[in-house]
Ligand binder design. Structure first.
Ligand SMILES: Nc1ncnc2c1ncn2[C@@H]1O[C@H](COP(=O)(O)OP(=O)(O)O)[C@@H](O)[C@H]1O
Ligand SMILES: Nc1ccn([C@H]2C[C@H](O)[C@@H](COP(=O)(O)OP(=O)(O)O)O2)c(=O)n1
Length: 664
């Protein structure tokens, strides 16, 4: 079976930009389609479900254009869909199928809705019954109670309240609520059974309000949409990051030092799962929150006085917990794995819904947690997890994931316990977060940052250290050199900041062994010319160019680790690096090294101009306004003037070992 091996991880720190929330993405698309005016939907989730929704809306006559990465401009119909006849194929996208059924039932046209075989096994009777009560014509084309469906024009009558069950899925209520304002009349919905997943209805009501329609509710049993309301575009709407996806990163920060920051959700979030941060805080994690971000760090250790705030709390455990988690069933899974890192037995209560999700998550969780040494008891609607008696997790466990994206994501946290772990069928994360493991690596892979002036030996030492440790290697200077060369080829002046930054953002660079390719062409030698050395130093001084290259550099942070060399690796690009080194040598020694390098390559060289050039470049790199070259307080100084390459490499490896030992 396909698998992913996650190596031993000691620390989690960094920033993750979350993918858009699935629940919000498809709701916003539909509301924008029905609204009056044009809506720019920014940060939309790119997933199967949203692609299906976009295609269906276009087929129904809604003008939708791309407005940049993950952004769309939706021209609202200001009412029901303009196309009155359509056959829609909606794959397995429940978040498209249900709301579209309701909106089409009120659009006075002839429609057919179908999906993949699995979609035809998913019940829809409660919604169809609700629509039938108000006179809508919705017919089953296959098995009664299931898609595919046919929708016909009908006379809608809203004089009596619509009676709907709330205990199977809250999506049926969401679908009705979003469609009813199309009629412009007063509409009332009454729940006949207890409503589950209330936070999801809160999302629906909140988004409807953003589009100008207010729903009055009496508790969670009766909802009224007053007459005369219609959807109006709010202009631009940003889709929040997915709060359930945030839980893995926040837990990683709480377990393994942090700080880990997620961007895209925060204090103003409308998603119930942000309450996961409160749960983590009750375990002792230190949580920070802004409007659009949440940050987690490990608990402050009460016993060990910490020498500096940065070290505070490292190594201290989470507090054992006993929590009712009914309000955050998805994010609660993350807590079950976090329990491995607690100081005693932990109980998760009121999680019966786990039994009817992608798999029986109570059984799955208990089975897999035992594989890593946990002591687990389970009940109908609870789970009790105790860390292993020895407090050492079992290494090399093979974790089954049950075609459940959340199982795969949760169990990645095990590696933070200092043991390697194997995740079986890791691609199941594609359901909500296709590049989850890459993002997780970007906050957990150890980084050795080596900065210093030209010809100090950074590249030579960094490559040898990377080889010795089996880590990846990033020569960040080559990116600036590539930008300079691409700028020259495109005829853009080095003082045209916006022009060069655009080139940096779109740079098509590839490192293949020792070869460097620019747009597919080998430029390994070309970027090393003295002309490009000088030009790269110029483009590197442009703040917009540096900003454009940051994410690209961070994406090199992969398991089992990265050695990165440059000027601002430790200060800007990887401020959380485990080991930071400022590598230098006297300018004379450096000039002599360059001289020897050039002669060895058969290039005629002269020591004086080399000295002059180095001094000028040192000056420019050290005096620029953004990310100037200088030794940070937290960096080790390594002066190689009198050292051999081996001695320099040994010094770096020694610091790297100390850093890991300190984490044990
Ligand atoms: N102690 C040393 N540490 C690192 N490199 C050294 C040392 N002594 C001599 N060198 C040589 O210095 C030259 C410049 O190193 P390089 O890695 O290209 O520097 P940088 O990446 O900092 O510009 C290389 O040819 C390298 O072999
Ligand atoms: N992280 C980095 C890496 C390089 N730069 C700048 C500094 C240099 O002038 C150019 C080229 O860097 P490079 O490391 O390839 O140059 P040297 O090999 O040290 O001469 O880019 C930077 O500003 N920030």
């Amino acid at each position: 079976m396909n698998h992913l091996d996650i190596p031993v991880l000691h620390r989690a720190a960094g920033t993750v930009r979350l993918p858009g929330s699935k629940s919000i993405s498809n709701r916003v698309l539909l509301l924008a389609a029905l609204a009056q005016g044009e809506t720019v939907v920014a940060d939309l989730l790119d997933s199967d479900d949203t692609r299906v929704m976009l295609a269906a809306l276009r087929q129904l006559g809604i003008g939708i254009e791309s407005a940049g990465a993950d952004s769309y401009r939706v021209k609202g119909a200001a009412g029901p869909f303009p196309i009155k006849q359509a056959e829609l194929f909606l794959g397995n996208a429940g978040t498209a199928f249900r709301p579209l059924t309701a909106a089409l039932a009120l659009s006075a046209g002839h429609y057919q809705l179908s999906g993949v075989a699995r979609m035809h096994e998913r019940p829809i009777r409660d919604l169809v019954d609700g629509l039938t009560q108000i006179g809508a014509e919705v017919r089953y084309l296959g098995n009664a109670g299931f898609p595919p469906l046919q929708v016909l024009p009908a006379q809608i009558n809203l004089s009596a309240p619509i009676q709907v069950r709330g205990d199977v899925s809250s999506q049926f209520l969401t679908a009705l609520l979003m469609a009813l304002p199309l009629m412009g009349q007063t509409a009332v919905i009454e729940m006949t059974t207890e409503l589950i997943s209330k936070p999801y209805i809160e999302i629906t009501l909140n988004l409807m309000a953003r589009f100008g329609v207010k729903v009055e509710r009496e508790g969670w049993s009766r909802f009224t949409i007053a007459a005369g309301q219609r959807y109006v575009s709010p202009g631009t709407i940003h889709v929040e990051g997915d709060a359930s996806s945030a839980s893995y990163f926040l837990a990683a920060g709480a377990i393994a030092g942090g700080p880990v920051r997620v961007e895209g959700v925060g204090r103003n979030s409308i998603q119930g799962d942000v309450a996961f941060a409160d749960a983590l805080a009750s375990l002792g994690a230190r949580i920070g929150m802004g409007d659009n971000w949440i940050e987690a760090r490990g608990p402050l250790s009460a016993l060990i006085p910490s020498p500096s705030p940065a070290d505070a709390g490292e190594g201290s455990k989470l507090r054992a917990f006993d929590l009712d988690l009914n309000h955050i069933p998805d994010a609660a899974m993350t807590l079950a794995v976090a329990a491995l890192f607690a100081d005693g037995p932990c109980t998760l209560r009121n999680i019966a819904s786990w039994r009817v999700k992608e798999t029986d998550r109570i059984v799955a969780m208990a089975t897999e947690l035992r594989k890593v040494g946990a002591i687990v008891e389970e009940g109908d609607d609870w789970l009790k997890v105790s860390p292993p008696y020895t407090s050492h997790l079992t290494p090399h466990a093979s974790i089954a994931t049950y075609d459940d994206h959340r199982m795969a994501m949760c169990f990645s946290l095990v590696a933070l316990g200092g043991v390697p772990v194997r995740i079986l069928d890791p691609n199941c994360v594609a359901k909500t977060f296709p590049d989850y493991f890459d993002r997780f690596a970007e906050i957990t892979a150890p980084v050795i940052a080596i900065d210093g002036p030209s010809a100090s030996g950074k590249g030579t030492v960094a490559q040898r250290v990377a080889n010795a440790l089996g880590y990846g290697y990033l020569d960040s200077g080559s990116l600036y050199r590539l930008v300079a060369l691409a700028g020259q080829q495109a005829g853009v002046g080095y003082d045209d900041e916006a022009g060069i930054a655009a080139i940096a953002a779109a740079l098509s660079a590839e490192f293949r062994g020792d070869q460097v390719l620019l747009s597919g062409n080998d430029v390994t030698e070309a970027i090393r010319s003295e002309e490009m050395s000088a030009a790269s130093s110029k483009v590197a001084a442009l703040p917009a160019v540096r900003a454009a290259l940051i994410e690209r550099q961070r994406a090199y942070r992969r398991w089992p680790g990265l050695v990165a060399d440059g000027r601002d690796m430790g200060s800007v690009v990887f401020p959380q690096a485990e080991v930071k080194i400022f590598l230098t040598a006297s300018v004379e020694a450096r000039a002599e090294r360059r001289y020897k390098q050039l002669i060895a390559k058969g290039v005629a060289a002269n020591i004086r101009p080399l000295l002059q050039d180095l001094r000028e470049r040192d000056e420019r790199d050290a005096s620029r306004s953004v990310a100037p070259l200088r030794k940070g307080e937290d960096a080790h100084l390594l002066d190689t003037t009198e050292l051999s390459i081996e001695q320099a490499v040994d010094a770096v490896l020694g610091w790297a070992r100390d850093a890991v030992d300190g984490k044990r």
